[in-house]
Design a protein around this ligand. Structure first.
Ligand code: FES
Length: 112
């Protein structure tokens, strides 16, 4: 069974922003970007599939993150690529809220 990993507390991530959750905490291949968008939380692999920029530093709006380097866009819900120059999806992870805790359930395909 995949572990549920406490990654942040409610209030740690302002709306429209993200934090970087290190892979040393999650046991995943990549660091994870944990986003808040309008009271919902989403987690994606942090590394952009185009030229490896950090998606946790991207722009977040309407369920989409825009890469800070070349503005490739990805769906926060499932990591699907939405616009060039990125052309490959990034992995999504499950997020659960339990009380004050925001928990990441790592995508089993992305465990180290
Ligand atoms: S590094 Fe993300 S779009 Fe280029």
């Amino acid at each position: 069974m995949v572990e549920r990993i406490p990654a942040a507390k409610l209030g740690d991530i302002p709306d429209g922003e993200a934090i970087l959750v290190p892979r040393s905490l999650t046991g995943t291949i990549d660091d994870i970007a944990l986003f808040q968008d309008g009271g919902e939380y989403f987690a994606l692999d942090n590394t952009c599939s185009h030229e490896l920029a950090s998606l946790s530093e991207g722009w977040i709006e309407d369920g989409v993150v825009e890469c800070p380097l070349h503005t490739g866009r990805f769906c926060l819900r499932d990591g699907k690529v939405l616009s060039a120059p990125a052309d490959t999806d990034v992995a999504a992870h499950t997020v659960e809220v339990d009380g004050d805790d925001i928990l990441i359930v790592p995508n089993p395909e992305r465990l180290a």
